[in-house]
Design a binder for this molecule. Sequence first.
Ligand SMILES: NC(=O)C1=CN([C@@H]2O[C@H](COP(=O)(O)OP(=O)(O)OC[C@H]3O[C@@H](n4cnc5c(N)ncnc54)[C@H](O)[C@@H]3O)[C@@H](O)[C@H]2O)C=CC1
Ligand SMILES: N[C@@H](CC=O)C(=O)O
Length: 332
Amino acid sequence: MIRLALLGTGNVGQAVIARLEALDDPGLCLVHISNTRVTVGPSLRESAPHVVLDATASDAVAARHADWLARGWHVVTANKLGRGASLARAEAIENACHASGARYGDAATVGAGLPLLRSLRALQVGGDAIHGVAGVLSGSLAWLLARFDGSVPFSTLVREARAAGYTEPDPRIDLSGEDVRRKLLILARAAGVPLEADAVQVESLVPQALAQADDIDAALDALDAPMHARLDAVREGRLHFVARWRDGIARVGLETLAPNDPLAAGSGTDNRVAIHSARYAHQPLVIQGPGAGAEVTAAAMLDDVFALRDQPTFAGTRSSKNVAIGIGRAIA
Ligand SMILES: NC(=O)C1=CN([C@@H]2O[C@H](COP(=O)(O)OP(=O)(O)OC[C@H]3O[C@@H](n4cnc5c(N)ncnc54)[C@H](O)[C@@H]3O)[C@@H](O)[C@H]2O)C=CC1
Ligand SMILES: N[C@@H](CC=O)C(=O)O
């Protein structure tokens, strides 16, 4: 029996609860659910989970990952602020895993569970040298830029992307390039490169009026004029928000790509990532698929839980009291 504690009951947390309900797996038991307002079940410490599922976007929660791992609790996260924030925090997570043997499941943090991190790590283990990664890493920006033809204000599209659950809780995290920076850091570090967070050059799409706004929704209109100007300046091809890391240089920002560019394919929220390595020297390894959405993200988190099943920590553990999933749904 694997005891799970779920932090966060928003888009992704709700999808985790729905998936656990649908799976109805007797080997999984939800012993704690919490969000910023409510806790269901005993406190996190008292519930003594085997696995903490982080479905928040909270820096304070990510700052606890290393402590939980050091205690022997496995962590499965959609929150990128563990390995995608400061290098010191990412290294503390590695060190805690090595010291305690606990595992860190982060498949959901890049590409909403696409087999990106696992491919990079498998290449590393196989002795490949990763030279660089380039790609479209934001599902929401891919979705927005594919639709943006000038007929509808960009701000209207952002509101739609937010309602569909593609953006971060604060969509400025996507629009500023910050979400993509975090993903590029996670990928580069998975490839064995100790990239500092401030080593990534970031082009933000957020105008000052939006950056400083308290009422984010109302201030989204400030995007419209500058984004129209960017669109008008395109002569051939289409705007894409691209991340590139190669030979120690990392940048994220808007680029105009020709239709036949290897990174320009895909539709909807698709991410498309090219991995350049010694093994893939002539043609990169390209991975493409939906890169945002609560359901795919929740599925990736539970895949990481299932991958833990061979862990000796679970052997012989007794069944626990399941926190009512219905209550978890009610507190969203
Ligand atoms: N929406 C998507 O397509 C994807 C999201 N993610 C990540 O999943 C995470 C969650 O995203 P959403 O569900 O869209 O956000 P959301 O805003 O819908 O939900 C966040 C939840 O976290 C809770 N929370 C915040 N601080 C907390 C704390 N200290 N303790 C317990 N709960 C806390 C909030 O109360 C809320 O229930 C984010 O880190 C996001 O980057 C990752 C991949 C894809
Ligand atoms: N807001 C993110 C969601 C997944 O990480 C994105 O747009 O890609």
